[in-house]
Ligand binder design. Structure first.
Ligand code: CTP
Ligand code: MG
Length: 250
């Protein structure tokens, strides 16, 4: 493509894929995690609104539990969402990465930038979403929001028995470590290539791009972009929503 015919970066439309097909085993028994309510609204709806809150995001693709696409479609219909955003729902797969791949398969050709965002991070602020988009538009092939760690991290030799003592093998320097969140933002072609050529045994999309040898950059994340994983995280999420409601009231 010549420079004249290349769309200007700012006009390159952005789509978001939201994997929401997980069971939420660590949260305990109940509905699939993304369908559980936070202050009366399904977690997935919070996550969709958080991404659609960015005026750059023109399309949101929700990857639903494999047998739950119809239910997710009716949830999207039943909740107020921005008119300027299009929504698609596709059924997910057995692993997070398979679910992301199924979402990417549904991505129309005009989208050159894609975000991947966990439904399990329902409270990410729009400023974080926009910071990721801006870094991709500025030329990064892959961008992750990341925070410094509070805890010191040890590498161990995992024990075969649950709760058995585990030998510590290393302590990486904490100042160089970051906890990585979503949305992660990508040049679409790079992410698709990563999903076509890198194995599934990863916990995020950026690490697949790293395995291609492509540079991934980190921008500041946000503490409200935490992942709802265990029961205590539900308490925290509802407290954040209550604080927002209080602040909005003033
Ligand atoms: N996910 C998905 N498809 C899967 C597994 C996970 O779309 N087969 C999604 C989840 O819905 C979630 C995101 O990936 O939004 C991050 O995964 P995680 O927090 O691990 O959620 P679950 O896999 O649902 O939780 P758990 O691992 O406790 O079962
Ligand atoms: Mg999981």
């Amino acid at each position: 493509m010549s420079d004249e015919s290349r769309p200007s970066p700012a006009s390159n439309p952005v789509a978001a894929v939201i994997p929401a097909a997980g069971r939420g085993v660590r949260l305990g028994p109940g509905a699939p995690k993304a369908l559980r309510a936070l202050n009366g609204t399904p977690m997935l709806i919070h996550a969709v609104r958080a991404l659609a809150a960015s005026r750059h995001v023109a399309l949101v693709i929700v990857v639903a539990p494999p047998d739950g696409a119809a239910e997710v479609k009716s949830l999207l219909d039943a909740h107020a969402l921005p008119d300027r955003t299009d929504f698609l729902v596709v059924p997910g797969g057995d692993s997070r990465q398979e679910s992301v791949r199924l979402g990417l398969d549904a991505l129309p050709p005009e989208y050159g930038i894609v975000l991947v965002h966990d439904a399990a991070r329902p409270l990410v602020p729009v400023d974080t979403v926009d910071a990721v988009i801006e870094a991709v538009r500025d030329g990064a092939a892959a961008v992750v929001p990341a925070l410094p760690l509070a805890d010191t991290v040890k590498e161990v030799e995992p024990a075969a028995e649950p709760d058995a003592p585990e030998p510590v093998v290393a302590t990486p320097e904490r100042a160089r470590l970051r906890a990585v969140q979503t949305p992660q933002g990508f040049d679409r072609a790079t992410l698709v290539r990563a999903h076509e050529s890198v194995g599934d045994q990863v916990t995020d999309d950026a690490s697949m791009v790293e395995q291609l040898g492509v540079t991934v950059v980190a921008v500041p994340g946000h503490e409200e972009a935490f992942k709802v994983t265990r029961p205590l995280d539900l308490v925290l999420a509802e407290a954040v929503l209550a604080r927002r409601r209080l602040n909005d009231g003033f």
